[in-house]
Design a protein around this ligand. Structure first.
Ligand code: ADP
Ligand code: MG
Length: 474
C-alpha cells in the first residue's frame, strides 16, 4: 500500500495525540488538513497565519519528531496558509436575477521565498527557502467583460483590456493604463481583465489592489521593518492591477517602491494594469521616471458614454434586475444624465426603488422628479463649451474669435482665462482642454494657467475679470 499525505498525517496525529493535552490536540491539530506528499515533504493546510505561527512556536519539536518517525531524517514540512478573505463578498442574490455563472474567486497558491531574517521561522525542516501560501486575488467576479458594455466611448480601452487578458505580459500593452473621469468604468474594467485572466490562465497569480491600500501596506511595512518582504511579495505576482494610481501623487516613498516592483515585473514578462483619473501628461507630483514607465505601454481613455451606450447600459441594468420599464422613461434618463455611468445607474436604481416601494407605476413625471433630484444632488460640472461661451460673452467676442490663432492681447487673455476656468471647474485633462479650446496642446494650457495665476497677483484689472467670471460660474 502506498504512503499518502493522509496516511502519513494520520500516523503523526496518533503520535501527537499521545503527547499533548486533549484540548490542545482538538484546537491545534484537528483543523489541519494534509494536502500533498512529494519529495519527502508533507504539505499541510492551516486555517490562518496565526495558526501557523502558533504551531511553529509551540509544537515544532513535536511535529519534527512525529514526521521523522514517518518519513525519516530528510522529512520536510510545508505549511499552506489560507489567507483571510477581506474583499469579494458576494452580493445578496435575489430570485429574478439571471445568474452570472461565476463562482467566487478561489485563492491562489504560490511558493514564497522564506524571510530568512524572520526569527519566527526557526522551523528546522521547512523546505529551505520555500513556504507555500495562498493569495486572494481580491477580484470581484461581478465586474466582468460580459456586463461591461461596449460603446464608442470605451472601445479602445475595452479591446486593449481584452487583448491583455488573452495574452497577459505578451502584448505591447504593458503596462496598460486605463484613464478617465469618475464613474466611467475604470474599476469595473480593471476587475474584468483580472477575472478574464483567471478564467483563461487559472495558474497565474493575479492581484487587484487600490493604490490607496497599496500605500497603506507599504507604510505599514516600513513601520514593521519588513519593506523587503513587501517588495518580494509584489514581485511574485504574475498580473498586478493597481487602481487609482493618481493616489500615489506626492507620495515619493511609495512611488519609489512601486518603481522597483514595476521594473522587476516588467523585465520578467509579467503584466501590469493601472487605472488613473488623469492621463499621464496631466499627473502631478508623480516622479518623471515613473511617468515614463507608464508611457511604455498603452494609455487608453474611457470617455463619457454616448447616448446609445447610455441606453444599452440602462437596459442591461434593468434586465439584470428583472425589471421592465417603458422606453420613453429609459430614454428620458439617458438624455438627462450624460457624464457618469455611476450616476446613470444610481438614477435608475432609485427609480426602480420608488416604483417598487411605493407600488407606483413609473411615469415620466416620476422619472423627471428622480432625475432632477439626482442631478441636483450630484455636483454639476460646467462644460468647457459653456465656459468658452461665458468668457466670450463677457469680453464681447464670439467663440470662434476666442479660439482663433490671433496673438492680439485681449483675445489671448480671454483664451487663457477660458483655459484657466476649464482647468478649475472641469475634470478634463490639460490635453483635452487644449484640444477643445482652439486645438492647442497641453503645454499651452499649462502656460495659460500659470499666466492667469501670475496676472491675478500683479494686475488689478485682470483680477477683476477673474472675480466677475468666477461669479458667473457659481
Ligand atoms: P470608476 O472606477 O471609473 O470611477 P466604476 O468602474 O466604479 O467607475 O464604474 C461605475 C459604475 O458604472 C459601476 O457600477 C460599473 O459597473 C458601471 N459601468 C461602468 N462602465 C460600464 C459599462 N461599459 N457597462 C456597464 N456598466 C458599466
Ligand atoms: Mg474606481
Amino acid at each position: 500500500m502506498g504512503v499518502t499525505a493522509i496516511s502519513v498525517w494520520n500516523n503523526c496525529l496518533t503520535f501527537i495525540k499521545d503527547n499533548i493535552q486533549p484540548q490542545a490536540f482538538k484546537t491545534w491539530f484537528e483543523p489541519i488538513k494534509p494536502v500533498k506528499l512529494s519529495d519527502n515533504a508533507l504539505s499541510i493546510q492551516v486555517p490562518s497565519k496565526f495558526f501557523y505561527e502558533w504551531l511553529e512556536e509551540h509544537y515544532v519539536k513535536l511535529l519534527k519528531v512525529a514526521l521523522t518517525k514517518e518519513l525519516g531524517e530528510t522529512a520536510k514540512l510545508v505549511y499552506i496558509i489560507r489567507m483571510e478573505n477581506t474583499y469579494g463578498n458576494k452580493e445578496p442574490f435575489t430570485e429574478k436575477i439571471p445568474s452570472s455563472n461565476r463562482a467566487n474567486m478561489t485563492p491562489q497558491e504560490m511558493d514564497v521565498p522564506i524571510k530568512s531574517k524572520n526569527p519566527e521561522l526557526k522551523n528546522p525542516f521547512v523546505i529551505p527557502g520555500i513556504r507555500n501560501i495562498k493569495i486572494e486575488s481580491q477580484l470581484n467576479p461581478n465586474y466582468n467583460f460580459d456586463n461591461f458594455l461596449e460603446g464608442d466611448s470605451n472601445r479602445l480601452a475595452r479591446s486593449a483590456g481584452m487583448a491583455v487578458a488573452n495574452k497577459p505580459g505578451g502584448t505591447s500593452f504593458n503596462p496598460l493604463l486605463v484613464f478617465g473621469g469618475v464613474g466611467l468604468g475604470k474599476t469595473h474594467l480593471a476587475h474584468a481583465i483580472g477575472v478574464e485572466i483567471k478564467d483563461k490562465y487559472p495558474e497565474r497569480t493575479v492581484l487587484y489592489i487600490s493604490a490607496e491600500k497599496f500605500t497603506q501596506q507599504y507604510i505599514e511595512s516600513v513601520k514593521k521593518n519588513t519593506r523587503n518582504d513587501f517588495i518580494h511579495f509584489y514581485q511574485l505576482i504574475d498580473v498586478l492591477i493597481i487602481d487609482d494610481v493618481q493616489f500615489l501623487s506626492g507620495k515619493s516613498g511609495t512611488q519609489d517602491v512601486f518603481f522597483h516592483i514595476f521594473n522587476h515585473l516588467h523585465q520578467n514578462g509579467k503584466q501590469v494594469i493601472l487605472t488613473s483619473d488623469k492621463a499621464p501628461v496631466d499627473m502631478q507630483d508623480i516622479e518623471q521616471r515613473l511617468l515614463s514607465r507608464f508611457k511604455w505601454g498603452l494609455s487608453a481613455e474611457l470617455q463619457n458614454p454616448d447616448y446609445e451606450t447610455r441606453i444599452s447600459i440602462l437596459k442591461n441594468k434593468l434586465y439584470r434586475d428583472g425589471v421592465e420599464m417603458p422606453d420613453d422613461i429609459i430614454d428620458y434618463v439617458a438624455k438627462h444624465i450624460k457624464s457618469n455611468i455611476r450616476e446613470l445607474e444610481g438614477a435608475i436604481i432609485s427609480l426602480i426603488a420608488q416604483s417598487s416601494f411605493n407600488k407606483k407605476e413609473v411615469t415620466l413625471e416620476l422619472a423627471q422628479q428622480v432625475v432632477e433630484k439626482f442631478v441636483k444632488n450630484t455636483k454639476r460640472e460646467v462644460s468647457i463649451d459653456y465656459i468658452q461661451k461665458v468668457v466670450s460673452d463677457y469680453f464681447e467676442m464670439d467663440v470662434a474669435t476666442l479660439q482663433s490663432k490671433t496673438r492680439k492681447r485681449h483675445i489671448v487673455q480671454a483664451r487663457q482665462l477660458a483655459m484657466f476656468f476649464a482647468k478649475k471647474f472641469t475634470k478634463a485633462s490639460l490635453a483635452s482642454i487644449g484640444s477643445q479650446i482652439g486645438k492647442r496642446d497641453h503645454a499651452t494650457v499649462l502656460h495659460a494657467c500659470k499666466t492667469v495665476d501670475n496676472l491675478a497677483e500683479t494686475d488689478k484689472q485682470f483680477r477683476k475679470y477673474i472675480e466677475d467670471l468666477t461669479k458667473k460660474f457659481s
